[in-house]
Each structure stands twice: as C-alpha cells, then as structure tokens.
Design a protein around this ligand. Structure first.
Ligand SMILES: Nc1ncnc2c1ncn2[C@@H]1O[C@H](COP(=O)(O)OP(=O)(O)OP(=O)(O)O)[C@@H](O)[C@H]1O
Length: 264
C-alpha cells in the first residue's frame, strides 16, 4: 500500500514532504513513531487520524522542524529538512492549546506575526507586508476583527485568526493540528468547507490532523492509503488521477485566496 502511495505522482507532481524511515521517542524512550515512510505530493489533502497519544502532533512538530527525528530523514520540497530555509512556503496551525488565548495581542498582530522569520522580528513592516495582512484577514472574513484582542473572541473566530496567520505568506502547504477543536458544529462545517475550497481551487496542499472522522471520511473517503502503528493516512488529490497522467498539464491556479469565495 505504501509503495503505491509513494509512487502515485512521481511523474507529474512535486513531492512536498518525504518521510523516510523516521522513528521518534521522547526522553523516556517509549517509541512514538517507528520506521514511518510516507510521501505527500503537491495538491494532496492528507488527513491524519489516530487515537490519543498515537503520535500525530509529534509527527507534525517534526515536519515543521520543532523536533528532530531520532532516526530517518525528512525532506521538504525536495530538500533535507536541515537545509530547508523556505519556511514561508509552509503555514502551520498548532493545536489550539499550544497558544495562550489570553496573550495580549490583537488579531492583526497575531496575523502579522506569521510574517516574522527570526530575522524580521524587529524590522519595520513594509506597505506590502501590511497589504498581505489585510488580504489574509479578508480571505478569512475577519477584517472587522482586526483590532480586537484575540482572547476576547469566540473559538471559531480565534481559529480563523490563526488560519489567517498561517496564510499570510501565501503558503504552498498548510499543516493543521486539530484546527476545529472548540468550534461549534455549524462553524466547523463552514470551516471545513472553506479549507476544501482552498484545496480544490487554490492549489494548496494540506496535512490535517482531526478527530472528526466523519468529516474527514466525507472528503477523503473511508480507506486509509497508509497505516503505520496507530497513525492512519487518508488522502484526496485535488484533481482526477487520470488528469495527472497528462504531462502537459498547466497547474496554473496559484493566486492568493481572495475574499468573495471564502466568505463563510
Ligand atoms: N514533550 C513530551 N515529552 C514526553 N512525552 C511526550 C511529549 N509530548 C508528547 N509525548 C507523548 O508522546 C506520545 C504521542 O503524543 P502526541 O501528542 O504526538 O499524540 P497525538 O496523537 O497528537 O495525541 P492527541 O490525539 O491526544 O492530541 C504520547 O504518549 C505523549 O504522552
């Protein structure tokens, strides 16, 4: 099954993430991830499902460089993760409880913080950077909340703010760790609708952890393309597999998400 996954699009799509024989344990040495092999290709929507403690967040943290595998290799956009510098290409929304909601910052400040590479931290913001922030707020329909304190917003509004933060650099890949926790069912549905739209219409590749299996199955199907330990990977590609056989496909839809389509 994994071989099938790993060879899916080698001929026509960039491999965005390559996980090669990766194992990980924390200080207590209990194995969390063992010999994981998996590839994510451009235009995939990968749903990662697994029981509590299965290692989902640990895997995502490795993929964004917060922790290192004990063994094995990770490649991002065809570069070893240790040499990868293009972090603007990746938007990451960590688990909700990873950020203190009482942090005294406005929505705009939170979104702008997505721009700061280590070096930009103390630089003056340019007009272009402020425009990017406005675009991102508008794409998520939260421009009116720009000057509100993040801690005073509802769970759904906070999640939109964090997604806007992850989108500010117009990333090619979005990594979302249970983005819908704490959001009411109706807002969850429109949120999921919105990210499906980003996947189908805006060419963004997704890796998303969720415990909402029904919602994940509804978009990704019931059959896991790969299983490793307690981790299960479900994949939907944003256009038909047959189309991918065409080598002259123009994968052109690269525009930034603009307001109207995403007003939810
Ligand atoms: N910083 C840490 N130090 C030691 N052990 C940890 C640490 N973080 C996580 N673990 C352990 O590693 C295992 C995997 O945790 P992880 O958070 O990756 O699971 P998960 O699949 O994301 O779970 P959940 O669905 O509950 O969020 C668990 O047994 C957890 O207790």
């Amino acid at each position: 099954m994994n071989e099938l996954n790993n060879n899916r699009f080698d001929h026509c799509h960039e491999c965005i993430i390559s996980i090669e024989d990766v194992s990980f344990y924390y200080e207590n040495k209990t194995p969390v991830i063992q010999n994981l092999n998996f590839k994510i290709f451009e235009r995939d929507f990968v749903g990662l499902i697994g029981s509590n403690g299965a290692g989902k967040s640990t895997l995502l943290k490795m993929l964004v460089g917060l922790i290192k595998p004990v063994s094995g290799n990770i490649r991002l956009f065809d570069q070893p993760i240790s040499e990868f510098r293009d972090w603007d290409r990746i938007g990451y929304v960590p688990q909700k409880n990873a950020m203190n909601p009482f942090f005294p910052a406005t929505v705009k400040e939170i979104v702008l913080s997505g721009l700061y590479g280590k070096k930009k931290m103390f630089k003056r913001l340019t007009k272009r950077e402020l425009e990017k922030c406005d675009d991102s707020l508008q794409a998520l329909g939260i421009e009116k909340l720009a000057h509100r304190r993040i801690g005073n917003l509802s769970g759904g509004q906070q999640q939109r703010a964090f997604l806007a933060r992850a989108l500010i650099n117009n990333p090619d890949l979005l990594i979302l760790d249970e983005p819908m926790v704490g959001i009411d069912a109706e807002t969850q549905e429109s949120f999921f609708h919105m990210i499906q739209h980003m996947h189908k219409q805006h060419n963004i590749t997704f890796l998303m952890v969720s415990h909402d299996v029904d919602m994940m199955y509804s978009y990704l199907g019931h059959e896991a393309i790969h299983t490793s330990g307690k981790l299960k990977f479900y994949v939907k590609h944003s256009h038909d597999l047959e189309d991918c056989v065409e080598t002259d496909l123009t994968h052109s839809l690269k525009g930034f998400i603009k307001g109207e389509a995403l007003k939810i």
